[in-house]
Ligand binder design. Structure first.
Ligand code: ASP
Ligand code: MG
Length: 437
């Protein structure tokens, strides 16, 4: 069985919903993971925000505006009066539910419950459309099987057994529709897999069921070898190793949710990135294969801060790095890049919300400097150490760019450069010119 995921733009209008429905109606059995219609989750965030601030009237106004849009969609999507009415009834209940939070004390659970409605609505609409088209379709609610363990990570055992039970308990269908992004936590409360998390849902399902393939459908032809918004003439990469794809997603390629690759990799289920605008284009396949001798792609991550700690105490001392890293752990701040010398360490972070206490504590260990507005440029491909020349090409490309840090050897697939955000465009262009032309 294949798992297909369609993002918000792919179901962003009634016409797009029809297109997706046509695309998935090829008679092959599949599970289809859908996002909310594009823009909806942002609007739900806005609604929750107004409730949080106690501004019930503003929340109500936004809900009513959204309601009108959806009522229009319902009239446009269906051809039978029956289905229009059925869906409008469903939408009325949904929007009444959103209004009902006006008289409830605000909490994080309320917020996450509000955020969950976008996917609940989109999946019901598409399911109703497929039913109207006479397809054998079933909607399986993600809230019945997608679950986080008490450490906040997906509970793979629970997901696996509950999803299988649900599928086994019903008559076999051609198309199973389910919600991306939403889940429950270990307490049973509604939660989510973080913004953009529908990719993650698809990969978790694919891994749980040992699917033959997970397909992530977007509106671009696969993963490109550089950022198409910045560099001209980027090209789709046809194949990526799981690790290469994970690095690219983490370091800026917007097409994939950064953590979504992990479950697919552990279960060895290939992930294919495909384009709804051009369904027959080959896209990008992500699997275990490693094509030797190539640099595959470049990605960039903005808003990076670099912290340097210089201390003569580091010289020949044990435990220095541990103390430094522990400070970041205490303040729940992830470190991306690290470089060390005998007397100092530089590291990069992308979340500076706890920077004040972090710097205070670091100062106990040496002289501390911080620079903001930096950017990580990540180059992925065959960068095994005994394969000479490829890392040299990447560094040569950046000959004219001030490079603050270089990280190489952390994996077989990656070399990262830290540069100023102001130099990002020039750096990405230079890399494309050198590596791909
Ligand atoms: N609808 C959610 C979001 O906008 C999840 C997703 O689209 O993947 O973040
Ligand atoms: Mg080498």
């Amino acid at each position: 069985m294949k798992i297909l995921k369609f993002g918000g733009t792919s179901v962003g209008t009634p016409q797009r919903m029809k297109d997706v429905s046509e695309l998935i109606s090829d008679g092959q059995q599949k599970i289809v993971v859908l996002s909310a219609m594009s823009g909806t989750t942002n609007t739900l965030v806005e609604i929750a925000d107004y409730y949080k601030k106690g501004n019930v009237e503003a929340a109500g106004n936004v809900i009513n505006k959204l309601r009108m849009i959806y009522m229009e969609h319902a009239r446009e999507l269906y051809s039978t009066e029956d289905m229009v009415l059925k869906t409008i009834d469903f939408l009325k209940d949904e929007f009444m539910y959103l209004h009902s939070f006006a008289s409830v004390e605000f909490s994080e659970v309320v917020e996450r419950t509000i955020l969950a409605q976008g996917e609940i609505i989109s999946t019901n609409m598409v399911t109703n459309y497929l039913k109207e088209q006479g397809k054998k379709v079933s909607l399986i609610p993600a809230l019945d099987y997608m679950r986080l363990a008490d450490n906040g990570e997906p509970d793979l055992g629970y997901i696996n057994s509950h999803l299988r039970d649900i599928l086994n308990s019903q008559e076999s269908c051609d198309i199973y529709i389910t919600q991306g992004f939403i889940c429950r936590n270990h307490l049973g409360d509604i939660d989510n897999l973080q913004r953009g998390g529908s990719d993650y849902t698809a990969c978790l399902i694919g891994a749980a069921l040992h699917a033959s393939e997970i397909q992530i459908w977007t509106d671009i032809d696969g993963m490109h070898n550089n950022d198409p918004r910045i560099v001209d003439n980027t090209l789709p990469v046809r194949q990526l190793n799981f690790e290469e794809a994970a690095e690219l997603a983490y370091f800026g390629a917007k097409i994939l949710h950064p953590t979504c690759i992990q479950p697919a990799r552990y279960a060895s289920v290939p992930v294919r990135l495909l384009n709804t605008m051009d369904p027959t284009a080959p896209g990008t396949i992500i699997n275990n294969e490693m094509v030797p001798g190539h640099i595959k792609a470049v990605a960039a991550k903005d808003n990076i801060s670099v912290i340097k700690i210089v201390s003569s105490r580091m010289l020949l001392a044990t435990g220095f790095l541990r103390k430094v890293f522990e400070i970041f752990e205490t303040y729940n701040t992830c470190i991306d890049m690290v470089t060390t010398s005998e007397v100092g360490i530089s590291l990069s972070i992308d979340n500076t919300s706890r920077i004040v206490p972090i710097l205070e504590e670091l100062k106990k260990y040496g002289v501390v400097e911080i620079e903001n507005n930096m950017c990580i440029i990540c180059v992925v491909g065959d960068l095994r150490f005994d394969n000479v020349g490829l890392e040299t090409l990447a560094t040569e490309a950046l000959a004219q760019i001030p490079v603050r840090m270089i990280s190489y050897g952390g994996s077989n697939h990656n070399i990262s450069f830290l540069v100023r955000e102001a130099d990002k465009k020039a750096a990405l262009q230079a890399l494309s010119a050198k590596l791909f032309n």
